[in-house]
Design a protein. Sequence first.
Lengths: 239, 864, 87
Amino acid sequence: MTSLSMRGVRGGVGTTSLMAALGYALESLGERVLLIDMSPENLLSLHFNLRDSGKSGWARAMLDDQDWYKQAWGLTPTLHILPYGRLSAQESMSIEQQLIHDPQIWARRQASLAANYDWLLFDLPQRLPGHAAIGPCLLPIQVAEADAACHVLLLQQAGSNPVLVNRYDPGSQLQRDLLLIWRQYYATRLLPLTVHADEAMREALAFKQPVGQYAPESLAAQDALSLATWCLARRREMA
Amino acid sequence: MIEHCFPYLKLRRRYDCHPLTALWLASFTAMAWLFLRLESPVWQRLREERQRWYPHLAGKAPSVGDPLRIALQSLWLLVFRPWPQARRRTAPQWARRVGQSNQRLWSRIGAFLTELPQHASESKAMHEGAQWRRNLDTRQKHWLDFTCAAVGLVLVVVCITQPFNYVSQLVYVILLWAVAMVIRRMPGRFPTLLLIMLSIIVSCRYLWWRYTATLNWDSPLDLACGVLLLIAETYSWLVLLLGYIQTCWPLNRPPAQLPRDTRLWPTVDLLIPTYNEDLSIVRSTVYAALGIDWPHDKLRISILDDGKREEFRLFAEQAGVNYITRNDNKHAKAGNLNQALKQLDGELVAIFDCDHVPVRSFLQLTVGWFLRDPKLALVQTPHHFLSPDPFERNLDTFRQRPNEGELFYGLVQDGNDMWNAAFFCGSCAVLRRSAIDEIGGFAVETVTEDAHTALRLHRKGWNSAYVRIPQAAGLATESLSAHIGQRIRWARGMAQIFRTDNPLLGKGLTIFQRICYANAMLHFLAGLPRLVFLTAPLAFLLMHAYIIYAPALMIMLYVIPHMVHASLTNSRMQGEHRLTFWGEVYETVLAWYIARPTTVALFNPKKGKFNVTAKGGLMTEDQFDWGIARPYLVLAVLNIAGLFFAVWRLFYGPANEIGTTLVSSLWVIYNLLIVGAAVAIAAEVRQVRETHRVQAKLPAAIRLQNGRFYPCLLVDYSDGGTGVQLDVELSLPIGERVFLMMQRGEREFLFSGIVSRSHKNFIGIALNELTAQQKIDYVQCTFSRADAWLNWNEDFAPDRPLHSFIDVLRLGATGYYRLYQYLPAWTRTLTRPFVRLLAWLISYVPRFAKASPLSPTSRSECAP
Amino acid sequence: MASLPAKIQLKNQAPSRNERADDIARLKVELRLPSLEYVDVSAQLELSRALKRWPLLADFPITDDRGDQVPLPVVQPVRQGKFGARK
């Protein structure tokens, strides 16, 4: 069982859509996948035509003292999703406090899920450090767009996590330049592939489908597949 | 029912047959129903698939001779019919077992032979023997080598000179042929050397026999013709032997690594000489040169314009490259280069013809050798052609077979490199400036100034290198006449060098360098010998002169092994670079044209002027080049006359001459077919477009106006646009704007274009509105990619000598047919009855049944 | 395990789309020289142009672990058209 997380370098870089696409791609390559929405925005399940007014969700269950595991939905026999649940701002803060108080909650939950899944995909919120404490994670990917803000933020954060560029437009001089600079100076961190700016990705959410299902012939779907292939190769290398 | 068995009315009404014909056919059908039980299931199955089993009757109107055609085809099918798998009667047990063990034996022998070289190099006995030899001192080694050489020489001389009677000769050649067929199965260089040895022995034996036993000293006519033929045969024997020496061990030099610190890299002057070519051709070359991966402060690009054109100067200024011109045009290209060098001071000089587009890795793969060897003066790379040469275009074999230049750039120069004799070809090369200065600049005395310059460099003790990686591509000659004009120039130039600066004489060259240069020059003297070969059998048929004074059977026993061994060995050595027997066709095409200039140049080297090869012309319609084809037609007519005489001699000549007549006729037929192939090439095919499209398979993507992005496969590109193939049908309207995304190295580029054609999955994109920087980027994503020309050969089928031979013969027959199509109308009306008769006769010939259709498989082209 | 759709195959050995489009990588594969050290000068040139093009980048120079500024690439763009010192 491998766990992977995606978190934006700044907000609004398209992490959730990317996560949905990656989950679909991994499942199509034959893996058993569980998508876990760690973000109070609770948008991941919308990508899969799942709308139950937020009553189900692991955070909701934690507040209502119910079994967090029973909140998962089975989209296909090998693709499951665990939504966050609809919480108010205060409720999210109280979950945040619980997670900060006991950082091993999700580590334990990962251990209990290990037998049933090949991949656990965590969609992390951009803020809320407590929600980011998900336990051991093989591929803690940071998602960025090739713009000046992300450039500065990457410098300031000075981490060592892998970085994936999303919404890449090769027609933009600034994006090309920044990607070239990052390839040179973040050579060990930057993923060898980028996910291109394809309208299909945005349309897919409006269609309530992951992009691999909505537009399998689009470049975005192919990029997601390349990303999934890369993940499998990394898992093999690190095994 | 009556309609079915007696289809008179059906034939009359549906096929509009003559009443008598319909009656005739209907009665036949009725009799068939009566006697052959056509309603049985076997016949039913046959009738359902009759398109397949009787293909020549499929689309044809019924006619009188049909019953005979059906009968002949049925007989043929009974003899040659492929039995379907399920109904094959299983052979008896013992036969099958024998067959299987036979197969196993042969596959084991084949595997043994294939692994033999590896076993030999790893075996202990071999290592011990090599160790023993190494432990000898120098004198003992010399004695050992001397004894082995002497024994070998004695054996070879015996093999060559011992005269045999019929039986002994037959046994001898069969044994040698068997040995050659066994050695052929072994991979590696050493078996190639063995095959060369066998071929040399057989060919020397043949020539010895010719000199000692086949000249008729009694009759002056016989003697004259015989000696002429013998000289021609000696020439081709010499070229064969020298060719073996030249190419027996191709060096396959890899690129040398440059130091990591780019400050240690030398400065390079890149020169693009031009005279009267169009700016559009030079543009791509300059854009590609601007993209070569070399530090910009160490690379200087200059256009050397002998045409002194203003538009070139403006373009050079816009692009940011130098523009150099001179007052006169003395000595053409060499003079241009020499004059320009006076103003430049780079350590290395790279030269590109104006249509040769360099790849971005050109300098990094070639300059390393200059740093490794301080005495290296030249690194040459292949001239790769992205457009078909006249042979490929007129025969429609582009990218299916190696082309004419492939032998030289793929093998001969590589072999030359082994002996440090690789020479300069005028373009796509890098030279050391100090070496050029030492010999006083580029040579201007002959019209092939490139080979002459290399010869002078070698004489001064400089080395040369050849890197066999295609790193630049240009346009091939446009028409057959332009191609021949270019070869005439080379031939004249080589003959001039042979006369004025003979590589066999003079100091400074090693023996092998002399052999390689001499062979290169001898190659161009092939005009006269080829003409002699094409007319030799006519000496006997027309003039009754015994050019080979020996019994016909003996001639066969000597000539056939000579030809077989030569083609086996050449196929082994050259098979990737030239299919067997095509060399004969190329030589025949050029023979008449280079015969005169070379002879004139040999006697008087000063005569003859430099004529520039025309590049970039357009053939607007299919035409037959009568002017070029005239010599071939004369030869064909002569040989046909010879054939008539042969038939006459068969009937009216003395009985003991029948053998000789038959052998001569076979030779004449072979000559006719080779000349026919040359005629086929003279039938020029028109070119549709001005810019040349290059086929490729590059991953790309297109983005539509609505922001949707689709991955695709770039299947062709040219100066003005590309063609891409998608996984889905998009049905884009013509004129819609799309963006094409291409990748080079790790960077991606987006180009704005317009849909120019759209058909199912295929979209053509015109890229006419790019900015200057985008044009540079585009050239660098397409023509100038480091891997652009690397796997050009991946679709080539391997060489099979017998198939290739039959191909050439078939081409000869097609050539005459094409000639017939281009003849003026009145000749066609004359010959039409004969052609009709021939076609009618051929319609009776039974055919092989067509294969059953297989289900097509499809897969995605654009998979990640 | 879900069954694989026919269109999508996991090819372990075949080059990915990215690898096929990278001409330098393919050059090394075709020449069988995986250790060839190739300097992508045009990328280096574009990199130095990029660093000069956007003023924000100068304010935030990239530093390595010790806090020293990582040096710019050696390759600098030079305007063509110079003839050199020799007559």
